[in-house]
Design a protein around this ligand. Structure first.
Ligand SMILES: Nc1nc2c(ncn2[C@@H]2O[C@H](COP(=O)(O)OP(=O)(O)OP(=O)(O)O)[C@@H](O)[C@H]2O)c(=O)[nH]1
Ligand SMILES: [Mg+2]
Length: 327
């Protein structure tokens, strides 16, 4: 068995301490009996809540020009009520503000992320492929801050990367799982990296090769000093999967900063996925991981088809990156 050592590195204050009694994700009972206490889709949630869908235009600092569709009101069915303690509040941000309407206007749409003062330069003007690597030593040595996309094969990592950078085919995508096989670095605005990674779980590649991908991906997570946050992609069109819960658990146990990006939120095939809508699957996933993390990880609902969440991801990246650079 491969043993990884937690490296000595200075991380920004964006990581989530895993609780000491990590629940066993092997237990089916755990999955079934986990109580849903904190998140509610009900408009009559008892907790003090903030709606993730902003009803008034967002006050956006910095240079990002939001698309016209961004300000459109989401249908009620997309609303998730979040208690204030489950919001992700970036460092150096005072929250909650005194009045509820202000609070609502500062939460990024379709997420639990509070917008702070570090979100400047959230636009993409250039994006280019840099190189493919198979271990952390081979990765670019320019010291730029980076964000890596990981998730099950076929969850939509490469598609979301293309959506984030406003390009159709910068990262290669496929209907067939197992398309991305290396650590692929893309340089954005000559100032930060987005990293596309091979997926875990099912892939139409030999088992030995998949074990190898898992090994070098985790080695990269543990050793890469410029890694600001992992983006763990979770398919919101299907109910929570054990393998994803285990992966989130592994990241938490190793104190690796994580943001959850829920993908395929445009898919609404009711019969096939047990009748649940994407926002219900999101709620179920968040309920299942909540006891593993002392603080709520940031999360964003996305779709590469409609570009839902694209602007919010860029603002989130900007505020993590700017804080990381300053510290
Ligand atoms: N409906 C819908 N389909 C999506 C979305 N994102 C990706 N897909 C589809 O899902 C399939 C896999 O997408 P990829 O982006 O290649 O997935 P990946 O996670 O990079 O896959 P690997 O590289 O094999 O690990 C493709 O057929 C995409 O068109 C989405 O937001 N909505
Ligand atoms: Mg891929």
């Amino acid at each position: 068995m491969m043993v990884f050592h937690y490296p000595h590195r200075i991380l920004p204050r964006f990581f989530y301490s895993a609780t000491s009694n990590f629940p066993s994700f092997h237990s089916h009972h755990f999955l079934l009996s986990f109580p849903s206490r904190f998140l509610s889709l009900s408009p009559t949630c008892n907790a003090v809540t903030a709606s993730v869908a902003t009803k008034s235009p967002l006050a956006v600092p910095g240079q990002l020009q939001l698309d016209a569709h961004h300000h459109r009101k989401l249908p009620d069915e997309h609303l998730i009520e979040i208690p204030l303690e489950k919001l992700f509040v970036p460092p150096e941000v005072q929250f909650p503000p005194e009045t509820a309407p202000v609070a609502r206007g500062r939460i990024l749409k379709g997420s639990n992320i509070v917008l702070g003062s570090y979100s400047s330069d959230a636009h993409v003007s250039t994006a280019e492929f840099v190189k493919s690597s198979t271990c952390s030593e081979e990765c670019p040595a320019d010291g730029l801050p980076e964000f890596a996309l990981v998730g099950r094969s076929n969850v939509g990592k490469s598609s979301l990367l293309n959506s984030i950078v406003h390009r159709k085919r910068l990262a290669l995508t496929s209907k067939k799982p197992g398309k991305t096989q290396c650590i692929n670095h893309f340089r954005i605005n000559d100032s930060w990296h987005l990293v596309d990674l091979p997926g875990y779980g099912y892939a139409s590649a030999p088992k030995e090769l998949r074990i190898n991908w898992d090994g070098f991906t985790k080695e990269y997570f543990l050793k890469r000093k410029t890694l600001v946050s992992i983006f763990l992609l979770i398919d919101a069109s299907i109910p929570p999967k054990k393998i994803d819960l285990e992966y989130a658990g592994w990241l938490g146990q190793n104190q690796i900063p994580m943001t959850l990006l829920f993908t395929k939120c445009d898919k609404r095939k009711k019969k096939k996925n047990g009748g649940k809508r994407p926002e219900e699957n999101v709620e179920d996933f968040l309920n299942l991981i909540q006891e593993s993390f002392r603080e709520a990880p940031p999360w964003i609902m996305t779709s590469s088809v409609t570009n839902l969440g694209r602007d919010e991801i860029l603002l989130h990246i900007a505020q993590l990156r700017n804080y990381w650079l300053k510290n």
